[in-house]
Design a protein around this ligand. Sequence first.
Ligand SMILES: C[S@@+](CC[C@H](N)C(=O)[O-])C[C@H]1O[C@@H](n2cnc3c(N)ncnc32)[C@H](O)[C@@H]1O
Length: 259
Amino acid sequence: MLREALDWMTTPADRLTRKSGQLSEFIAISSRRRRNRANWAFHEARTRETILSSAERADPDGTALVLGAGHLHDIPLLELSAKFGHVALVDLAFSWPTRRLATALKNVSCVRHDVTEAIQILATGGTRIPRPRALVDDDRITFVTSVNLLSQLPVQPGRLLEQQGLNADIVETVHRGLVENHLAWLARFRCPQLLICDRFYEVLDANSQVIEVIDPLHGVILPEPMARWTWDIAPFGEIHRNYAVLNRVVAIDDMARSR
Ligand SMILES: C[S@@+](CC[C@H](N)C(=O)[O-])C[C@H]1O[C@@H](n2cnc3c(N)ncnc32)[C@H](O)[C@@H]1O
């Protein structure tokens, strides 16, 4: 708890990221990862390999745009920095280790940006979310990847709306819109794209039987994946001693072609 409180105070983030609960969530991810490092290793390795093999399709003279880079646990930053002219990491916040590494690598920048372009609107009582437009016309970008980010987009905004007392149908429409808009935004980039995201969460009982399947994408249909794997995200004891959660992850390249 003390470590988390210190991280919350010292991690650079704007007021909205702090107030909306996004910074707490950002720090909580790192704590969960510290507790489950061995169980998460396979997923992180698959994510890194998939990013590198997908990046082979891209022009290395340009910029690789990495969305949801966060703590870099699942990002092969050294290899991307060696391969591309420039790497732009995008997230709501960056830890100090990420910032230090970015500075040392010289061709890496940390861009604090809300990829939904909606949090400000939702935090001030609005419910009409815009279609994200940032960067799609930037011809220097030759590769874009959204990394384990999509399912997170509706989480804190949804909580904000619930706190404002909005009805469940409106909240669900916003959830779905945030997911759809992110997919549409990725598809608009005129370069190779790669989406890696949670597809389903499976809740297991003490006998390791699946007792519930949760769709974190709120019913949005994805194109056919080119790879799938399982992330042992919450082994027994992480959330409850009698229940565990498995995360079914998919990788989809070239959103524009597949949608
Ligand atoms: C599950 S983490 C991905 C793992 C991350 N690469 C890591 O190593 O910790 C999801 C990331 O998405 C970021 N994120 C969530 N909502 C965002 C938004 N609206 N705009 C930009 N980043 C966002 C979080 O801050 C977090 O770092």
